[in-house]
Design a protein around this ligand. Structure first.
Ligand code: PMP
Length: 457
């Protein structure tokens, strides 16, 4: 029993009074009862400690209950919790100025929201108003939110309902160099390349040309050759850390702009230093979007989202009144501001790069050792490990097998995530404060879980 609440009682309440989806997603066969966190660690109600490599879905950026962030919340709680931004109060302005300093010109106008779905909804609306076009394109496997509008952007049946959601949203081929027909042996920006060969020659990426060809075909067939926006995650999150060939986004942005569309980077998972090499995922692709959306890591787990755009786009949007009661809440702004400070003081981005690169390199050795690891990919601490029946067929490993390994890893004390259209991709997106020792701990446990699976088979 914990705080007068037994595990049985919690499960009973969950069955009777909670969103039934949460039953489907207890995530583990034996559910986890979590009550405390500190940096990269979580403790369950029995006092058992877990190394958290999923961070509440890539959300805890600088660490659970990070002391600096906790202190900022405490201080602001004593001063002012809420008034809407019809009034002028310091935390909002301090934060907007600070966040703007992390963004390249001309991306300087910030709208604060409470979630990623809300941010993407707003971006969809803004793009349509600014361009006068309606159609929006996303890549297969993407996820951009659970609201009726953003549901249209998602390209994964698990997150779709059979209603008229997100009208005018079209999905196009994801240039996935592991799963796609054209491979891409040397094409992605990761310390670890895919095992899939391609027919690229020096200086010319054939795979990218093919995938871009597919995008052109979509413009010619599925939309009126004009669009309002193209949404892309710099590295897919829910899709399973899927990466595109190096020049894909650059060329896609050009084609989108030629057709009157805005380019929108969803940085909900890839922002705030997670990819290691850059503060924002789009910077790794050598592009500058017209709108950036962010959430999750922005508040280290405190509910907050944002979109950033240009003065020109903001002006088209400014013809009506856009109001959001909680967007820019002073406590949220104080939190977000301290998150940016913590990222600087802790060297979070550099740590993402160093530990992430180490982890990717070591995971590739496990890929070479086990037939059921098809692909290891990602950048910094946005990592995916795709499980397959075998490397030749690349058929997804069965959910039973994946879940068995997943549960085993948890029982040995490490929490990771799952993604991909068949739930076949392990996701490693930890609080960005993990150390090389934590990485070694996970690698040993992952190796053991794979060994156990082979023994069970
Ligand atoms: N975009 C991406 C890339 C996401 O991963 C998510 C959440 N998984 C969202 C948007 C939606 O964010 P929220 O759940 O805060 O609405």
């Amino acid at each position: 029993e914990y705080m007068g609440m037994s595990k049985e009682r919690m499960m009973e309440i969950r069955r009777q009074n909670c969103n039934p989806m949460t039953m489907k997603i207890t995530y583990y066969k034996k559910p986890l009862f979590i009550h405390q966190g500190y940096m990269q660690w979580l403790w369950d109600v029995d006092g058992r400690r877990y190394l958290d490599l999923f961070a509440g879905v890539a959300t805890v950026s600088v660490g659970h209950c990070h002391p600096k962030v906790t202190a900022a919340i405490e201080q602001q709680l004593k001063r002012l919790w809420h008034t809407t931004n019809i009034y002028v109060y310091p935390p909002l302005h301090e934060y907007c100025e600070k966040l703007a300093s992390y963004l390249p010109d001309p991306l300087k106008v910030i709208y604060l929201t409470n979630s990623g779905s809300e941010a993407n909804d707003l971006a969809m609306l803004m793009a349509r108003l600014h361009t006068g076009n309606y159609d929006i394109l996303t890549l297969r496997g993407s996820y951009h939110g659970g609201s009726p509008q953003t549901m249209g952007l998602a390209s994964n049946a698990a997150y779709k309902y059979p209603i008229a959601n997100g009208l005018g949203c079209t999905n196009t081929m994801c240039p996935d160099v592991f799963r796609g027909p054209w491979g891409g042996r040397h094409c992605r920006d990761s310390p670890v390349q895919t095992i899939r060969e391609c027919s690229c020659s020096q200086g010319h990426c054939m795979a990218n040309e093919k995938y871009i060809g597919q995008l052109k075909e979509t413009f010619a067939t599925s939309v009126p050759n004009r669009i309002a926006a193209f949404f892309g995650e710099p590295i897919q999150g829910v899709g399973g850390a899927v990466q595109y060939p190096k020049n894909y986004l650059k060329e896609a942005y050009k084609l989108v702009r030629e057709r009157g569309g805005l380019c929108i980077a969803d940085e909900v998972q890839t922002g705030f230093g997670r990819t290691g090499s850059h503060f924002w995922g789009f910077q790794g692709h050598g592009v500058i979007p017209d709108i950036i959306t962010m959430a999750k890591g922005i508040g280290n787990g405190f509910p907050l989202g944002a979109i950033v755009t240009t003065q020109e786009i903001a002006a088209s949007f400014g013809k009506g009144v856009h109001f959001n009661t909680f967007g820019g809440n002073p406590v949220a702004c104080a939190v977000a501001s301290s998150v940016l400070d913590a990222i600087q003081e802790d060297g979070t981005q550099k740590n993402s790069l160093d530990v992430g690169t180490y982890l990717l390199t070591e995971l590739a050795k496990l890929r070479d050792k086990y037939e059921i690891i098809g692909d290891v990919r990602g950048k910094g601490l946005q990592i995916g490990v795709e499980m397959v029946k075998d490397k030749v067929s690349r058929e997804p490993l069965s959910q039973d097998a994946v879940n068995g390994i997943f549960e085993d890893i948890k029982d040995m004390g490490v929490l990771i995530g799952k993604g991909g259209i068949c739930g076949q991709i392990f996701r490693i997106q930890p609080p960005m404060c993990i150390t090389k020792e934590d990485a070694d701990f996970f690698l040993a446990i992952f190796n053991k879980s794979l060994y156990n699976y082979m023994e069970r088979r």
